[in-house]
Design a protein around this ligand. Sequence first.
Ligand code: AMP
Length: 299
Amino acid sequence: MAPSQPLSTSTPPASPVVFESALAMQEQAIAWRHAGDDIGLVPTMGALHAGHDSLVSRARRENQRVIVSVFVNPKQFGPHEDFENYPRPFGQDRARLEALGVDAIFHPPVDQIYPPAFKTRVDPGPLGEVLEGKSRPGHFGGVLTVVLKLLNLTQPKRAYFGQKDFQQVVLVRQLVRDLALPVRIVVAPTVREPDGLAMSSRNAYLDPAQRQLAPIVRQAVTEAARAFTEGETDPANLERLTRERLAGAPGVEIDYVAVVDETTLSRPQRAVPGGVLAVAVKLGSTRLIDNVVLGAERL
Ligand code: AMP
């Protein structure tokens, strides 16, 4: 695929430069900024799929330089989570990013991000302790710590995140606002499989039977979002509808189903357009999350 037209006269390189050194990455980013180029950053953990591609393509359209970080961040995994087993097909990721015309891939080893003397940790505060944060203690502290470091190393004008991880977006926006970071956060819609399952690197863990069941998550939230469109605004009823639909699928274990305000993450008295219905389930040992913005999608 040919790279889309960059905004400036600077032409993206034929193949992306891979940086493993944090310092070399930062020096390159500073040089690009001094030359007047805007940088778009897409932070990822690799095992790239069409969801990541949509973020990268958007970054390509909106910036002179695009950096994609591929880093499986140990600090956002709990002690019993899948850090060791998380897929790391870097050769495939690199080919994919080359086809998308990115300028640089930041692929550091862990000690480039967390050298032995590393001590600082960003505290996400109370919004980091609900929903995902309740089930995954410490997760968002790990996320915000690495996001802040990646922003400092890559100097982006814009950073791109997916709506699929909607609580992550809320917390990254909070980080940017609270610490006055000079970056714009761009959020892109969730990319789905034809049967509605939100694309995720973790879908690879599903066995064929689980994979067949997995679209129930999207169906359940869609059904509740439809009920909202038809006039149901009681959060408890919307959550009940979602749970009932999920309960029909044996083997799907509900972690949470919650209608929340899109900025405070608290439960509203009444659901309103723009509010979010968020769901997390376990299918075997695989955790799946999804959400729908009420009143925002054609269902
Ligand atoms: P990850 O590699 O899972 O950490 O995801 C990197 C970025 O891609 C995050 O901002 C995710 O929200 C985003 N992302 C992951 N899956 C999707 C998807 N299906 N659609 C859109 N964005 C996604």
